[in-house]
Design a protein around this ligand. Sequence first.
Ligand code: ATP
Length: 196
Amino acid sequence: MKVVGLTGGIGSGKTTILKCFKAFDIPVYIADDEAKALMNRSKVIKRKLIQLFGESAYKHDKLNRPYLASKIFNDKSLLSKMNAIVHPKVASHFKRWLKKQDAPYIIKEAAIIFENNLENQYDYIITVIADKDLRIKRVMQRDNASKEKIQSIINNQLSDDEKVKRSDFVIVNNDLETAKAQAKDIHQQLLRLLNC
Ligand code: ATP
């Protein structure tokens, strides 16, 4: 089973493009969503996060995301400690999930691949890009976030140019119809590469 990574900066359209591959009957795995679900579900993760962040890490038995975000914002070392708790669990969940799939390839959406030098976990990597102004506008609308906040997240991420250099395929998501056509073309190229 080949693993294709789908990555891209904030608001580039990863989740939107993922839907195209789903429509081609390709199984998709969203690492961030699974991480969030495991943080609510796994007793071991919960215990360790409470040890790290205190009882306020959970509110009414649900992950208290704003609290965690504020703690991490003030102390970056907490992010790596949290990742060290959560990432291995997501990795083993992904392994179990992968074994159950029956398709020529699967797509794993992960915002961070190049940043942590995780390229070797993927057979191919697709990067979704879009013009910065469009991304800012889209995320402002989606999250009701300020322009400055999104801009600062973009500035902290690896540049699109760098991601493109290190990718096998690129989807330019300035316009949805063009992006969908590119996704279809990549799907067909992958099937050919995999002799399907
Ligand atoms: P994040 O990194 O924040 O998780 P993402 O890369 O997954 O974001 P999406 O959530 O797919 O990006 O897209 C961001 C927003 O832009 C969404 O509200 C989505 O509906 C919208 N969007 C994505 N692509 C397009 C497009 N081509 N045209 C118009 N709106 C779009």
